[in-house]
Design a protein around this ligand. Structure first.
Ligand code: TGC
Ligand code: FAD
Length: 396
Protein backbone atom coordinates (compact mmCIF):
# COMPACT_ATOMS: atom_id res chain seq x y z
CA UNK A 1 0.00 0.00 0.00
CA UNK A 2 1.40 3.36 -1.06
CA UNK A 3 0.93 5.57 1.99
CA UNK A 4 0.46 8.74 -0.09
CA UNK A 5 -2.34 7.10 -2.02
CA UNK A 6 -5.67 8.65 -1.09
CA UNK A 7 -7.85 5.91 -2.55
CA UNK A 8 -7.69 3.96 0.71
CA UNK A 9 -10.79 1.84 0.06
CA UNK A 10 -9.95 1.16 -3.63
CA UNK A 11 -12.90 3.20 -4.89
CA UNK A 12 -11.23 3.44 -8.30
CA UNK A 13 -12.12 -0.25 -8.76
CA UNK A 14 -15.77 0.78 -8.70
CA UNK A 15 -15.35 3.04 -11.74
CA UNK A 16 -15.90 2.10 -15.37
CA UNK A 17 -12.90 2.57 -17.69
CA UNK A 18 -14.68 5.55 -19.27
CA UNK A 19 -15.29 7.23 -15.90
CA UNK A 20 -11.71 6.65 -14.85
CA UNK A 21 -10.43 8.04 -18.12
CA UNK A 22 -12.44 11.25 -17.66
CA UNK A 23 -10.84 11.87 -14.27
CA UNK A 24 -7.35 10.89 -15.43
CA UNK A 25 -7.43 13.23 -18.40
CA UNK A 26 -8.32 16.22 -16.25
CA UNK A 27 -5.88 15.19 -13.54
CA UNK A 28 -2.98 15.23 -16.02
CA UNK A 29 -4.13 18.56 -17.47
CA UNK A 30 -4.36 20.19 -14.02
CA UNK A 31 -0.87 18.93 -13.14
CA UNK A 32 0.59 20.24 -16.37
CA UNK A 33 -1.37 23.41 -17.06
CA UNK A 34 -2.76 24.72 -13.79
CA UNK A 35 -0.70 23.71 -10.77
CA UNK A 36 2.58 25.30 -11.91
CA UNK A 37 0.86 28.70 -11.80
CA UNK A 38 -1.86 28.10 -9.19
CA UNK A 39 -0.20 30.20 -6.49
CA UNK A 40 0.43 33.06 -8.95
CA UNK A 41 -3.19 33.16 -10.08
CA UNK A 42 -4.28 33.25 -6.45
CA UNK A 43 -1.75 35.89 -5.43
CA UNK A 44 -2.54 38.10 -8.41
CA UNK A 45 -6.28 37.54 -8.04
CA UNK A 46 -6.81 36.48 -11.64
CA UNK A 47 -8.82 33.76 -13.29
CA UNK A 48 -6.80 32.35 -16.22
CA UNK A 49 -9.21 33.03 -19.08
CA UNK A 50 -6.57 31.79 -21.54
CA UNK A 51 -7.25 28.25 -20.26
CA UNK A 52 -10.94 28.36 -21.25
CA UNK A 53 -10.35 27.08 -24.82
CA UNK A 54 -8.31 24.17 -23.47
CA UNK A 55 -11.08 23.23 -21.06
CA UNK A 56 -13.59 23.46 -23.92
CA UNK A 57 -11.33 21.25 -26.01
CA UNK A 58 -11.54 18.59 -23.27
CA UNK A 59 -15.32 18.89 -23.42
CA UNK A 60 -15.62 20.22 -19.86
CA UNK A 61 -18.56 22.51 -20.73
CA UNK A 62 -21.71 20.56 -21.50
CA UNK A 63 -19.91 17.54 -20.10
CA UNK A 64 -23.18 15.65 -19.49
CA UNK A 65 -25.10 17.13 -22.41
CA UNK A 66 -26.01 14.60 -25.10
CA UNK A 67 -26.79 17.21 -27.75
CA UNK A 68 -25.43 20.56 -28.94
CA UNK A 69 -21.82 19.35 -28.96
CA UNK A 70 -21.77 18.11 -25.36
CA UNK A 71 -19.85 15.01 -24.26
CA UNK A 72 -22.79 13.05 -22.90
CA UNK A 73 -20.93 11.64 -19.89
CA UNK A 74 -22.55 10.44 -16.68
CA UNK A 75 -22.67 12.06 -13.24
CA UNK A 76 -19.86 9.96 -11.79
CA UNK A 77 -17.52 10.98 -14.60
CA UNK A 78 -18.49 14.62 -14.05
CA UNK A 79 -17.81 14.26 -10.33
CA UNK A 80 -14.32 12.94 -11.02
CA UNK A 81 -13.67 15.92 -13.27
CA UNK A 82 -14.76 18.29 -10.49
CA UNK A 83 -12.55 16.47 -7.99
CA UNK A 84 -9.50 16.82 -10.22
CA UNK A 85 -10.20 20.47 -11.05
CA UNK A 86 -10.55 21.43 -7.41
CA UNK A 87 -7.34 19.58 -6.56
CA UNK A 88 -5.98 22.45 -8.64
CA UNK A 89 -8.09 25.25 -7.20
CA UNK A 90 -11.69 25.83 -6.13
CA UNK A 91 -11.86 28.74 -8.59
CA UNK A 92 -11.18 26.41 -11.49
CA UNK A 93 -13.91 23.98 -10.42
CA UNK A 94 -16.28 26.91 -9.78
CA UNK A 95 -15.91 28.09 -13.35
CA UNK A 96 -16.82 24.64 -14.66
CA UNK A 97 -19.64 24.20 -12.10
CA UNK A 98 -21.24 27.48 -13.13
CA UNK A 99 -20.93 26.79 -16.85
CA UNK A 100 -22.43 23.29 -16.58
CA UNK A 101 -24.86 23.34 -13.68
CA UNK A 102 -25.96 26.94 -13.57
CA UNK A 103 -25.94 28.10 -17.18
CA UNK A 104 -26.00 25.19 -19.65
CA UNK A 105 -28.32 23.13 -17.41
CA UNK A 106 -31.05 25.81 -16.99
CA UNK A 107 -30.97 26.79 -20.66
CA UNK A 108 -31.23 23.12 -21.65
CA UNK A 109 -33.90 22.29 -19.06
CA UNK A 110 -36.06 25.42 -19.09
CA UNK A 111 -35.26 27.07 -22.44
CA UNK A 112 -36.97 27.13 -25.83
CA UNK A 113 -35.48 25.30 -28.80
CA UNK A 114 -34.43 28.69 -30.18
CA UNK A 115 -32.62 29.63 -26.94
CA UNK A 116 -30.91 26.26 -26.87
CA UNK A 117 -29.74 26.51 -30.49
CA UNK A 118 -28.54 30.05 -29.95
CA UNK A 119 -26.61 29.57 -26.71
CA UNK A 120 -25.68 25.95 -26.07
CA UNK A 121 -23.20 25.33 -28.91
CA UNK A 122 -21.34 28.56 -28.09
CA UNK A 123 -21.27 27.85 -24.35
CA UNK A 124 -20.17 24.26 -24.90
CA UNK A 125 -17.33 25.41 -27.16
CA UNK A 126 -16.27 28.02 -24.61
CA UNK A 127 -16.81 30.86 -27.10
CA UNK A 128 -19.41 32.35 -24.78
CA UNK A 129 -19.35 32.48 -21.01
CA UNK A 130 -22.28 32.49 -18.63
CA UNK A 131 -23.13 33.34 -15.04
CA UNK A 132 -26.04 32.70 -12.66
CA UNK A 133 -27.60 35.49 -10.63
CA UNK A 134 -29.72 34.39 -7.70
CA UNK A 135 -28.11 35.96 -4.61
CA UNK A 136 -28.75 39.60 -3.76
CA UNK A 137 -27.26 41.95 -1.15
CA UNK A 138 -30.29 41.28 1.10
CA UNK A 139 -31.23 37.78 -0.06
CA UNK A 140 -28.59 35.07 0.31
CA UNK A 141 -29.72 31.98 2.19
CA UNK A 142 -33.32 33.06 1.65
CA UNK A 143 -33.53 33.73 -2.10
CA UNK A 144 -37.33 33.72 -1.95
CA UNK A 145 -37.06 37.20 -0.38
CA UNK A 146 -35.33 38.61 -3.48
CA UNK A 147 -36.10 42.19 -4.50
CA UNK A 148 -35.20 42.04 -8.20
CA UNK A 149 -38.34 42.52 -10.25
CA UNK A 150 -39.39 41.74 -13.80
CA UNK A 151 -42.40 43.81 -14.84
CA UNK A 152 -44.29 42.88 -17.98
CA UNK A 153 -44.04 45.54 -20.68
CA UNK A 154 -45.02 45.73 -24.32
CA UNK A 155 -41.56 44.69 -25.54
CA UNK A 156 -41.03 41.94 -22.95
CA UNK A 157 -40.03 42.47 -19.30
CA UNK A 158 -38.33 45.36 -17.50
CA UNK A 159 -35.81 44.20 -14.89
CA UNK A 160 -34.73 46.24 -11.88
CA UNK A 161 -32.53 45.14 -9.01
CA UNK A 162 -29.11 43.92 -8.05
CA UNK A 163 -27.37 40.55 -7.81
CA UNK A 164 -24.33 40.09 -5.60
CA UNK A 165 -21.40 37.65 -5.39
CA UNK A 166 -21.90 36.37 -8.91
CA UNK A 167 -19.19 34.03 -10.25
CA UNK A 168 -18.07 34.96 -13.79
CA UNK A 169 -20.34 38.05 -13.71
CA UNK A 170 -17.91 40.53 -15.29
CA UNK A 171 -16.85 38.22 -18.11
CA UNK A 172 -20.22 36.68 -18.89
CA UNK A 173 -21.90 37.05 -22.27
CA UNK A 174 -25.15 35.79 -20.81
CA UNK A 175 -26.51 35.88 -17.28
CA UNK A 176 -29.23 33.52 -16.07
CA UNK A 177 -31.04 35.98 -13.79
CA UNK A 178 -33.82 35.16 -11.35
CA UNK A 179 -36.43 37.88 -10.77
CA UNK A 180 -39.95 38.24 -9.37
CA UNK A 181 -42.74 38.94 -11.82
CA UNK A 182 -45.81 40.98 -10.85
CA UNK A 183 -47.70 37.90 -9.66
CA UNK A 184 -44.85 37.27 -7.18
CA UNK A 185 -43.52 34.23 -9.10
CA UNK A 186 -39.76 33.84 -9.51
CA UNK A 187 -38.76 33.25 -13.14
CA UNK A 188 -35.46 32.90 -14.98
CA UNK A 189 -34.35 35.36 -17.69
CA UNK A 190 -31.43 35.43 -20.09
CA UNK A 191 -29.84 38.86 -19.73
CA UNK A 192 -27.24 39.56 -22.38
CA UNK A 193 -24.04 41.54 -22.11
CA UNK A 194 -24.55 45.00 -23.61
CA UNK A 195 -28.28 45.23 -22.88
CA UNK A 196 -29.06 48.81 -21.95
CA UNK A 197 -29.15 49.36 -18.17
CA UNK A 198 -27.26 46.14 -17.37
CA UNK A 199 -23.82 46.52 -15.78
CA UNK A 200 -21.42 44.12 -14.04
CA UNK A 201 -18.78 45.26 -11.56
CA UNK A 202 -15.90 43.17 -10.23
CA UNK A 203 -15.80 42.56 -6.45
CA UNK A 204 -12.24 43.20 -5.29
CA UNK A 205 -10.27 42.63 -2.06
CA UNK A 206 -11.46 39.02 -1.68
CA UNK A 207 -9.29 36.76 0.47
CA UNK A 208 -10.98 33.63 -0.82
CA UNK A 209 -11.53 32.24 -4.31
CA UNK A 210 -9.08 34.82 -5.58
CA UNK A 211 -8.54 32.91 -8.83
CA UNK A 212 -12.19 33.36 -9.72
CA UNK A 213 -14.16 36.35 -10.96
CA UNK A 214 -16.89 37.48 -8.57
CA UNK A 215 -19.16 40.39 -9.45
CA UNK A 216 -22.14 42.56 -8.68
CA UNK A 217 -24.80 42.71 -11.41
CA UNK A 218 -26.94 45.85 -11.67
CA UNK A 219 -30.21 46.06 -13.54
CA UNK A 220 -31.68 49.49 -14.10
CA UNK A 221 -34.77 49.40 -16.29
CA UNK A 222 -33.27 46.65 -18.43
CA UNK A 223 -35.70 45.69 -21.17
CA UNK A 224 -35.43 41.96 -21.74
CA UNK A 225 -37.38 40.68 -24.76
CA UNK A 226 -40.10 38.10 -24.20
CA UNK A 227 -38.00 35.49 -26.03
CA UNK A 228 -35.35 35.78 -23.29
CA UNK A 229 -37.68 34.47 -20.59
CA UNK A 230 -36.86 30.84 -19.76
CA UNK A 231 -40.43 29.60 -20.20
CA UNK A 232 -39.97 26.37 -18.27
CA UNK A 233 -39.08 28.15 -15.02
CA UNK A 234 -41.87 27.86 -12.49
CA UNK A 235 -40.88 29.61 -9.31
CA UNK A 236 -37.96 29.32 -6.90
CA UNK A 237 -38.09 25.56 -7.31
CA UNK A 238 -36.54 25.89 -10.79
CA UNK A 239 -33.61 27.91 -9.46
CA UNK A 240 -33.11 25.41 -6.63
CA UNK A 241 -33.06 22.55 -9.13
CA UNK A 242 -30.04 24.19 -10.82
CA UNK A 243 -28.29 24.43 -7.44
CA UNK A 244 -28.49 20.65 -7.13
CA UNK A 245 -26.22 20.35 -10.15
CA UNK A 246 -23.62 22.75 -8.76
CA UNK A 247 -23.82 21.35 -5.23
CA UNK A 248 -23.17 17.87 -6.58
CA UNK A 249 -19.96 19.12 -8.24
CA UNK A 250 -18.90 20.86 -5.03
CA UNK A 251 -19.30 17.64 -3.04
CA UNK A 252 -16.75 15.96 -5.33
CA UNK A 253 -14.59 19.05 -5.74
CA UNK A 254 -14.11 19.39 -1.98
CA UNK A 255 -12.52 15.93 -2.00
CA UNK A 256 -9.96 17.18 -4.52
CA UNK A 257 -9.02 20.19 -2.37
CA UNK A 258 -8.76 17.93 0.68
CA UNK A 259 -6.53 15.47 -1.19
CA UNK A 260 -4.17 18.29 -2.23
CA UNK A 261 -3.90 19.43 1.40
CA UNK A 262 -3.43 15.92 2.78
CA UNK A 263 -0.72 15.04 0.27
CA UNK A 264 1.11 18.27 0.99
CA UNK A 265 0.94 17.70 4.76
CA UNK A 266 2.04 14.07 4.53
CA UNK A 267 5.02 14.90 2.33
CA UNK A 268 6.05 17.73 4.61
CA UNK A 269 5.66 15.68 7.80
CA UNK A 270 7.90 12.94 6.47
CA UNK A 271 10.72 15.33 5.64
CA UNK A 272 10.47 17.90 8.43
CA UNK A 273 12.73 16.93 11.33
CA UNK A 274 12.17 18.28 14.85
CA UNK A 275 13.36 16.83 18.17
CA UNK A 276 15.68 14.61 16.14
CA UNK A 277 12.97 12.80 14.16
CA UNK A 278 10.58 13.41 11.25
CA UNK A 279 7.44 15.01 12.66
CA UNK A 280 5.48 12.22 10.85
CA UNK A 281 6.85 9.83 13.47
CA UNK A 282 5.08 11.66 16.30
CA UNK A 283 1.77 10.21 17.46
CA UNK A 284 -0.04 13.54 17.51
CA UNK A 285 0.87 14.21 13.88
CA UNK A 286 -0.15 10.69 12.87
CA UNK A 287 -3.52 11.22 14.53
CA UNK A 288 -4.07 14.29 12.37
CA UNK A 289 -3.02 12.45 9.20
CA UNK A 290 -5.12 9.39 10.01
CA UNK A 291 -8.18 11.54 10.65
CA UNK A 292 -7.63 13.45 7.41
CA UNK A 293 -7.43 10.27 5.33
CA UNK A 294 -10.45 8.80 7.11
CA UNK A 295 -12.56 11.86 6.24
CA UNK A 296 -11.30 11.85 2.65
CA UNK A 297 -12.26 8.17 2.35
CA UNK A 298 -15.73 8.77 3.80
CA UNK A 299 -16.26 11.77 1.52
CA UNK A 300 -15.25 9.74 -1.55
CA UNK A 301 -17.68 6.97 -0.67
CA UNK A 302 -20.47 9.50 -0.16
CA UNK A 303 -19.75 11.04 -3.57
CA UNK A 304 -19.57 7.77 -5.42
CA UNK A 305 -22.84 6.48 -3.99
CA UNK A 306 -24.50 9.85 -4.63
CA UNK A 307 -23.24 9.83 -8.22
CA UNK A 308 -24.68 6.37 -8.80
CA UNK A 309 -28.02 7.45 -7.29
CA UNK A 310 -28.01 10.53 -9.52
CA UNK A 311 -27.27 8.43 -12.60
CA UNK A 312 -30.20 6.18 -11.66
CA UNK A 313 -32.44 9.25 -11.19
CA UNK A 314 -32.87 8.45 -7.49
CA UNK A 315 -30.88 11.27 -5.86
CA UNK A 316 -33.12 13.63 -3.89
CA UNK A 317 -32.04 17.18 -3.19
CA UNK A 318 -31.47 16.40 0.48
CA UNK A 319 -29.08 13.60 -0.53
CA UNK A 320 -27.09 16.24 -2.42
CA UNK A 321 -27.32 18.66 0.52
CA UNK A 322 -25.83 16.02 2.82
CA UNK A 323 -22.81 15.42 0.59
CA UNK A 324 -22.19 19.11 -0.13
CA UNK A 325 -22.49 20.01 3.54
CA UNK A 326 -20.30 17.19 4.82
CA UNK A 327 -17.58 17.31 2.22
CA UNK A 328 -17.12 21.09 2.18
CA UNK A 329 -16.97 21.17 5.98
CA UNK A 330 -14.55 18.25 6.26
CA UNK A 331 -12.34 19.58 3.47
CA UNK A 332 -12.08 22.88 5.32
CA UNK A 333 -11.10 21.05 8.52
CA UNK A 334 -8.53 19.01 6.59
CA UNK A 335 -7.07 22.17 5.02
CA UNK A 336 -6.74 23.76 8.47
CA UNK A 337 -5.08 20.62 9.88
CA UNK A 338 -2.68 20.49 6.92
CA UNK A 339 -1.84 24.15 7.41
CA UNK A 340 -1.08 23.38 11.05
CA UNK A 341 1.19 20.42 10.22
CA UNK A 342 3.23 22.69 7.95
CA UNK A 343 3.87 25.08 10.83
CA UNK A 344 5.01 28.52 9.67
CA UNK A 345 5.56 27.19 6.15
CA UNK A 346 1.82 26.54 6.11
CA UNK A 347 1.07 30.24 5.80
CA UNK A 348 3.13 30.46 2.60
CA UNK A 349 1.60 30.26 -0.86
CA UNK A 350 4.59 28.05 -1.66
CA UNK A 351 2.44 25.22 -0.30
CA UNK A 352 -1.20 24.57 -1.27
CA UNK A 353 -2.99 24.28 2.13
CA UNK A 354 -3.42 27.98 2.92
CA UNK A 355 -4.79 28.66 -0.58
CA UNK A 356 -7.24 25.77 -0.35
CA UNK A 357 -8.13 26.72 3.22
CA UNK A 358 -9.06 30.25 2.21
CA UNK A 359 -10.95 28.99 -0.85
CA UNK A 360 -12.88 26.44 1.18
CA UNK A 361 -14.28 29.21 3.38
CA UNK A 362 -16.26 30.21 0.29
CA UNK A 363 -17.03 26.64 -0.72
CA UNK A 364 -18.50 26.08 2.73
CA UNK A 365 -20.70 29.18 2.29
CA UNK A 366 -21.83 29.30 -1.32
CA UNK A 367 -24.46 26.97 -2.72
CA UNK A 368 -26.04 26.89 0.74
CA UNK A 369 -24.20 27.25 4.04
CA UNK A 370 -23.75 24.32 6.38
CA UNK A 371 -26.64 25.66 8.48
CA UNK A 372 -28.98 25.77 5.49
CA UNK A 373 -28.20 22.19 4.47
CA UNK A 374 -28.63 21.01 8.06
CA UNK A 375 -32.04 22.68 8.16
CA UNK A 376 -33.03 21.09 4.81
CA UNK A 377 -32.05 17.64 6.06
CA UNK A 378 -33.70 18.36 9.41
CA UNK A 379 -36.94 19.26 7.65
CA UNK A 380 -36.73 16.08 5.58
CA UNK A 381 -36.22 13.92 8.68
CA UNK A 382 -38.82 15.55 10.91
CA UNK A 383 -41.28 17.05 8.48
CA UNK A 384 -40.93 20.27 10.47
CA UNK A 385 -39.54 23.50 9.10
CA UNK A 386 -36.95 25.36 11.21
CA UNK A 387 -35.73 28.02 8.76
CA UNK A 388 -37.58 30.86 10.46
CA UNK A 389 -39.02 31.57 13.88
CA UNK A 390 -42.54 31.72 12.59
CA UNK A 391 -41.97 35.19 11.11
CA UNK A 392 -43.70 35.93 7.87
CA UNK A 393 -41.48 34.83 4.98
CA UNK A 394 -41.68 36.28 1.51
CA UNK A 395 -44.51 34.64 -0.40
CA UNK A 396 -44.07 33.60 -3.97
P1 TGC B 1 -38.79 25.48 -0.25
O1 TGC B 1 -40.21 25.56 0.19
O2 TGC B 1 -37.86 24.61 0.50
O3 TGC B 1 -38.70 25.04 -1.76
C1 TGC B 1 -39.59 25.50 -2.73
C2 TGC B 1 -39.86 24.31 -3.65
O4 TGC B 1 -38.61 23.84 -4.19
C3 TGC B 1 -38.37 22.50 -3.76
N1 TGC B 1 -36.94 22.42 -3.44
C4 TGC B 1 -36.06 21.98 -4.29
N2 TGC B 1 -36.21 21.46 -5.50
C5 TGC B 1 -35.10 21.08 -6.14
N3 TGC B 1 -33.88 21.18 -5.60
C6 TGC B 1 -33.69 21.70 -4.39
N4 TGC B 1 -32.46 21.79 -3.89
C7 TGC B 1 -34.80 22.12 -3.67
N5 TGC B 1 -34.99 22.67 -2.46
C8 TGC B 1 -36.30 22.85 -2.34
C9 TGC B 1 -39.26 22.26 -2.58
O5 TGC B 1 -39.58 20.90 -2.46
C10 TGC B 1 -40.46 23.11 -2.93
O6 TGC B 1 -41.20 22.39 -3.90
P2 TGC B 1 -42.82 22.51 -3.95
O7 TGC B 1 -43.22 21.55 -5.01
O8 TGC B 1 -43.28 22.14 -2.58
O9 TGC B 1 -43.10 23.94 -4.29
O10 TGC B 1 -38.22 26.94 -0.38
P3 TGC B 1 -37.69 27.89 0.74
O11 TGC B 1 -37.98 29.28 0.33
O12 TGC B 1 -38.20 27.41 2.07
O13 TGC B 1 -36.09 27.73 0.66
C11 TGC B 1 -35.47 26.58 1.02
C12 TGC B 1 -33.93 26.78 1.12
C13 TGC B 1 -33.59 27.69 2.29
C14 TGC B 1 -33.35 25.41 1.38
C15 TGC B 1 -33.40 27.38 -0.18
O14 TGC B 1 -33.82 28.66 -0.35
C16 TGC B 1 -31.89 27.35 -0.27
O15 TGC B 1 -31.35 26.35 -0.73
N6 TGC B 1 -31.15 28.44 0.13
C17 TGC B 1 -29.72 28.53 -0.09
C18 TGC B 1 -29.44 29.48 -1.24
C19 TGC B 1 -28.29 29.03 -2.09
O16 TGC B 1 -27.79 27.93 -2.01
N7 TGC B 1 -27.88 29.91 -2.99
C20 TGC B 1 -26.87 29.56 -3.96
C21 TGC B 1 -26.69 30.65 -4.98
S1 TGC B 1 -25.79 30.14 -6.41
C22 TGC B 1 -24.23 29.97 -5.89
O17 TGC B 1 -23.89 30.09 -4.76
C23 TGC B 1 -23.25 29.63 -6.97
S2 TGC B 1 -21.67 29.47 -6.38
C24 TGC B 1 -20.78 29.13 -7.74
C25 TGC B 1 -20.35 27.69 -7.81
O18 TGC B 1 -21.16 26.79 -7.68
O19 TGC B 1 -19.16 27.45 -7.99
P1 FAD C 1 -26.57 34.88 4.81
O1 FAD C 1 -27.74 34.22 4.17
O2 FAD C 1 -26.74 36.28 5.24
O3 FAD C 1 -26.10 34.01 6.05
C1 FAD C 1 -25.24 34.52 7.07
C2 FAD C 1 -25.16 33.48 8.20
O4 FAD C 1 -26.46 33.26 8.76
C3 FAD C 1 -24.67 32.12 7.71
O5 FAD C 1 -23.85 31.53 8.70
C4 FAD C 1 -25.96 31.32 7.57
O6 FAD C 1 -25.76 29.91 7.72
C5 FAD C 1 -26.76 31.87 8.74
N1 FAD C 1 -28.19 31.68 8.52
C6 FAD C 1 -28.98 32.22 7.55
N2 FAD C 1 -30.24 31.81 7.68
C7 FAD C 1 -30.26 30.97 8.75
C8 FAD C 1 -31.29 30.22 9.40
N3 FAD C 1 -32.55 30.21 8.94
N4 FAD C 1 -30.97 29.51 10.48
C9 FAD C 1 -29.68 29.48 10.94
N5 FAD C 1 -28.67 30.16 10.38
C10 FAD C 1 -28.97 30.90 9.28
N6 FAD C 1 -24.61 33.41 -5.65
C11 FAD C 1 -25.18 33.33 -6.88
O7 FAD C 1 -26.39 33.51 -7.03
N7 FAD C 1 -24.42 33.06 -7.98
C12 FAD C 1 -23.07 32.87 -7.91
O8 FAD C 1 -22.43 32.63 -8.94
C13 FAD C 1 -22.46 32.97 -6.63
N8 FAD C 1 -21.10 32.84 -6.52
C14 FAD C 1 -20.50 33.11 -5.32
C15 FAD C 1 -19.10 33.21 -5.25
C16 FAD C 1 -18.48 33.55 -4.06
C17 FAD C 1 -16.99 33.72 -4.02
C18 FAD C 1 -19.25 33.73 -2.88
C19 FAD C 1 -18.59 34.04 -1.58
C20 FAD C 1 -20.63 33.63 -2.94
C21 FAD C 1 -21.27 33.35 -4.15
N9 FAD C 1 -22.67 33.34 -4.27
C22 FAD C 1 -23.27 33.24 -5.50
C23 FAD C 1 -23.52 33.69 -3.11
C24 FAD C 1 -23.71 32.54 -2.12
O9 FAD C 1 -24.57 31.58 -2.63
C25 FAD C 1 -24.25 33.16 -0.81
O10 FAD C 1 -23.17 33.87 -0.24
C26 FAD C 1 -24.78 32.11 0.14
O11 FAD C 1 -25.97 31.53 -0.35
C27 FAD C 1 -25.03 32.67 1.55
O12 FAD C 1 -25.74 33.86 1.51
P2 FAD C 1 -25.21 35.16 2.32
O13 FAD C 1 -23.77 35.35 1.99
O14 FAD C 1 -26.13 36.27 2.03
O15 FAD C 1 -25.29 34.77 3.84
Amino acid sequence: MNATHTDYYFCEELLSPDEKESGDEVRAWVDRRYLPKAADYFEQGVFPVDLIPEMAQMGLFGFKLREYGGRGKNNVAFGLVCRELERGDSGLRSFVSVMNGLVIHPIHTFGTELQKRRWLPELVSGKKIGCFGLTEPDAGSDPRSMLTTAVKARAGFVLNGRKMWITNGSIADVAVVWAKTEDGKIRGFLVEKGMRGFAARLIERKFSLRASITSVLNFENVTVPEENLLPGTEGLKSALACLNEARYGIAWGSVGAAVACYESALGYAKSRVQFGAPIASFQLVQRKLARMLTEITKAQLLCLRLGRLKDEGRARHTHISMAKMNNAREALKIARAARDILGASGISLGYPPIRHMLNLETVNTYEGTEDIHILSIGRDITGMEAFSLGHQRAEE
